[in-house]
Design a protein around this ligand. Structure first.
Ligand code: AMP
Length: 506
């Protein structure tokens, strides 16, 4: 078996790592940086740009450039460029394919096996989409691991002592918080919570909106419909945000932002950290309920926590660090790199999957890893009730079976509606799959015995089976959204992705 790479497929940036001489290291990109922007661009001439080059051409090619695709994973987002209709899996596959190529160049050997990280809060459909992206990229996805678990894994390597740790991960597009128990060689996720739609992009957008409003007020020009101008403002807003993590004010200078009556107009603004913190306070506050929920689910209070690990570039914002301090009463740990630790942990797991023991550098003990399912899973039963089979935060892999019966006399079939969420009624939850089990032997209501089994594998992917215990008839589905790509579609996308990646290499 060749080397296994660990990939942090981020909203804004991605990162790839491998274990060499027993230590995980970051593989530099072809341009020499340690992370690769998760951006893909298609030129009008038919070239494909991925990563740094895609980000750079975004300004001049905004409507053919795709970024933050992670937010769309598992949705039916589509974009037609020239003759091809791209789905989120295909765009992510291009990013993954680039990381694979970078790793092959660095290692000087072909790479196929990978561990890919996903936000702990990703649901089944989003996980499937990520796995499909890996397949399209020509990767054999050995395992998917939750990002906070991965961070703790890289952390656990350096510090072996028993402890309960909070991983607070605010990246480009998602927020995750997990409570992790590291003890006697085990790393166990006790609880996890988060917000799929909260991240650094939202902070950038607040600055963008402020710039557009200010510009309209002082110049009477609405820039919001000007693609190229908006792209430049977006980039400058992110830059200003980053500067504000270290200084009290940042300047946004964009010469020639627009032409008015044949004359160039420049954009010059100054934003203070105080202004920025005011306009984004509610975003920082939105991290509080998930933190409280994760703590209460794990049954821990501040006193039980010995460390808070900050993951994701957005945790560099002082207001975020202050919030974490207030919530936990702890000074966040600064000795791990928030941009790299997730990929490092994935490489560590990858190495153990090829038979290398996962050893804690602190204690010299081998580590065992547990992951959990982020949502409760149920089926709909009579009266629209959600009957739970698997509680949220159950360790995975897991399997649970329960016997149900029919509600009507001589019912020939039962419809299984699989639900995800915490509500008591079916309508309060998200329906993630439906199927019918037919061929039930004719019998009065309440006589047939239908066994429903939920099986969650180590990737967090759910398979549901319904079996008539009388006839032995059964039906099963791997839960997929209606927009999940079929195997044929994946195969087709794989071919075209390889062509795009090869063209790039010329
Ligand atoms: P990640 O998804 O972990 O790569 O996080 C990327 C996000 O972190 C992006 O929204 C970046 O703008 C943000 N970020 C990176 N560095 C900083 C910084 N110094 N201050 C504030 N945000 C940052």
């Amino acid at each position: 078996m060749g080397k296994v790479i660990g990939i942090d497929l981020g909203t804004t940036n991605s990162c790839v790592s491998v274990v060499e001489n027993g230590q995980p290291i970051i593989i530099p990109s072809s341009t020499g940086s340690r992370t690769t922007p998760s951006v893909v661009g298609f030129s009008k001439k038919g070239e494909t740009f991925i990563g740094e080059t895609a980000k750079r051409q975004a300004i001049t090619n905004p409507d053919r450039t795709i970024s933050s695709i992670k937010r769309e994973m598992g949705t039916n987002w589509k974009k037609k460029i020239d003759k091809t209709v791209y789905k989120p899996q295909m765009i992510s596959a291009l990013v993954l394919g680039q990381l694979k190529k970078d790793a092959e160049k660095y290692l000087g050997e072909p790479v196929t096996d990978a561990v890919i990280t996903v936000p702990a809060y990703f649901n089944d459909v989003q996980r499937q989409a990520t796995k499909d992206a890996g397949t399209i990229a020509g990767l054999n996805v050995l395992r998917m691991i939750n990002e906070p678990t991965s961070a703790a894994l890289s952390y656990g390597l350096d510090h072996g002592e028993s402890q309960k740790v909070m991983v607070y991960d605010l990246g480009g597009g998602t927020f995750d918080v997990s409570i992790i128990d590291i003890s006697e060689g085990n790393i166990e996720v006790m609880a996890t919570s988060g917000d799929n739609m909260l991240g650094g992009d939202d902070f950038d957008n607040r600055i963008v909106n402020w710039v557009v409003d200010e510009f309209a007020r002082s110049n009477g020009v609405n820039l919001s419909k000007d693609f190229a101008a908006m792209q430049r403002i977006k980039e400058a807003a992110e830059q200003a945000k980053k500067e504000l993590s270290a200084s009290d004010a940042a300047d946004i200078n964009l010469p020639y932002i627009v032409q008015e009556k044949g004359q160039p107009v420049h954009l010059n603004m100054r934003i203070t950290r105080q202004q920025f913190e005011q306009m984004t306070r509610d975003l920082v506050e939105r991290t509080e309920p998930p933190v409280r929920r994760a703590m209460s689910d794990a049954g821990v209070t501040n006193r039980d926590l010995s460390k808070v690990l900050l993951v994701g570039g957005s945790t560099r914002m002082p207001a975020v660090q202050e919030k974490v301090r207030n919530l936990t009463g702890l000074e966040p740990s600064k000795n791990i790199n928030p941009d790299e630790c997730v990929a490092l942990g994935a490489a560590v797991l990858g190495s153990t999957l090829t038979g290398n023991a996962l050893i804690s550098a602190g204690t010299g003990q081998s580590l065992i890893l547990f992951d959990i399912t982020p949502y409760s899973l149920a089926i709909e039963t009579v009266g629209g009730i959600a009957t739970r089979l698997i509680e949220r935060n159950s360790p995975i892999p897991t399997r649970f079976a329960k016997v149900f019966t029919t509600a009507h006399p001589y019912q020939p079939a039962v419809d299984i509606n699989v639900l995800q969420g915490e509500g008591p009624m079916a309508a309060d939850n998200k329906s993630i799959g439906q199927f019918r089990l037919g061929g039930i032997r004719r019998a009065p209501a309440g006589v047939p015995q239908i066994e429903v089994t939920f099986d969650i594998n180590t990737d967090g992917i759910l398979e549901v089976t319904a079996k008539d215990l009388d006839t032995g008839q059964f039906q099963s589905i791997t839960i997929t959204a209606e927009d999940r790509m079929s195997d044929r579609e994946i195969e087709k996308a794989k071919k075209s992705t390889q062509i795009l990646l090869e063209d790039k290499g010329k």
